[in-house]
Ligand binder design. Structure first.
Ligand code: 2NL
Length: 340
């Protein structure tokens, strides 16, 4: 028996079959049919070897081993060809193409200030309180000790929705409502939008954000007001100097404005502080006993202090924005500068 012609036949047919494989699956099927350990054609021929004489065995074994090595080489070559073809068909990527710029959201500068103020007062035990923007004259003016002929109550300064209902001119009504609902003691911070009948110009807007704060408890004094507001200014502006000046509001007595050393020129005088070296940041005072009484709080037992400030003004000062209208234009070129 001679296996040499069969080895040659396997070689010829194997080369043809490998070249004919058009996919890697077909190539794998060819590999199994030709060289598979169980039912491959080479394995079948090798199984015949024991029947041969020693000389025939040597010649046939060497021939079969040559065929095996040759077909393995062909399989590897075709496999590389098919892999290269698959790469060519895959969608191609231009790695030099510039990336599309990703949209980054930004907080509005007024929101940045409000959130920082909220955080500072939260750490002092204050709770954030919210309330309606449409209010009655009683909550907006009467309970706050405005005399009935006060100019702010006039239709020229306040936006009325009806005879009695108006758009709140400050967030103080929320403090009155909180005292009515929960009684003393309270420590609250009240951010929100307020409305005034003003023309929109570089320094006025008919709607703007306000933040007020109120602390009412037994034994609260002007010391608490000064210490808390000084701590607040140092947290927000980073260790700057502060000063208090006497002032007047119908709802506080005594009243005081707090200034911080100008954050732009550090006291030497510039355009932002109009040469004074100081920036006014808030109004404050001891809650007028009439306000406590109107809110149902015993003014003999409790005292309190309160403050109000405009975060839009503070944003203009901090970021050096020259015109308040930039805060309300929704111009993306302006707003994206605050992305961090
Ligand atoms: C300012 C001044 C201020 C208050 C607001 C207040 C509220 C209640 C009682 C007493 Cl319920 N006071 N708020 C007190 C002092 C000043 O605002 O310049 N705001 C922009």
């Amino acid at each position: 028996m001679n296996l040499i012609p069969q080895a040659e036949q396997l070689e010829r047919e194997g080369i043809e079959r490998i070249a004919a494989a058009r996919t890697r699956d077909e190539l794998e099927a060819a590999r199994t049919a030709l060289l598979g350990r169980k039912n491959g054609r080479l394995t079948a021929l090798l199984a015949e070897l024991p029947k041969l004489s020693a000389d025939e065995k040597r010649a046939a074994g060497s021939a079969l081993n040559k065929v095996k090595l040759l077909l393995e080489g062909c399989l590897a070559e075709r496999d590389a060809e098919l892999a290269a073809l698959a790469r060519q068909d895959a969608p191609r990527v231009d790695v030099t193409m510039p990336a599309r710029a990703r949209w980054r959201g930004a907080k509005h500068p007024v929101t940045i200030i409000i959130e920082e103020v909220e955080q500072i007062f939260r750490e002092l035990g204050f709770t954030v309180a919210l309330g309606p923007e449409a209010e009655t004259e009683w909550y907006n003016f009467t309970a706050l000790n405005f005399p009935p002929d006060h100019p702010a109550i006039d239709m020229h300064d306040t936006l009325y929705l009806s005879d009695d209902v108006l758009l709140r001119t400050h967030t103080s009504p929320v403090q009155i409502r909180t005292l009515q609902t929960y009684g003393a003691p309270v420590r609250i911070l009240v951010p929100g939008n307020v409305y005034r009948r003003d023309f929109f110009d570089a320094s006025h807007a008919p709607m703007f954000a306000q933040i007020e704060g109120l602390a009412v408890d037994e034994g609260i004094s002007f010391v608490d007001l000064k210490a808390t507001l000084t701590h607040f200014a140092q947290q927000l502006f980073g260790g700057t100097k502060t000063r208090f000046r006497p002032s007047y509001f119908p709802f506080t007595e005594p009243s005081a404005e707090m200034d911080v050393e100008c954050t732009i020129c550090h006291g030497s005088g510039c355009a932002t502080c109009k040469g004074s070296g100081w920036m006014e940041i808030l109004g404050s005072g001891m809650v007028h006993p009439e306000v406590l009484t109107a809110s149902g709080v015993d003014a003999e037992k409790y005292t309190g202090w309160a403050f109000g400030m405009g975060p839009a003004r503070m944003a203009l000062a901090r970021y050096g924005i020259p015109d308040i209208r930039a805060l309300y234009d929704s111009d993306i070129r302006f707003l994206r500068q605050f992305a961090r």
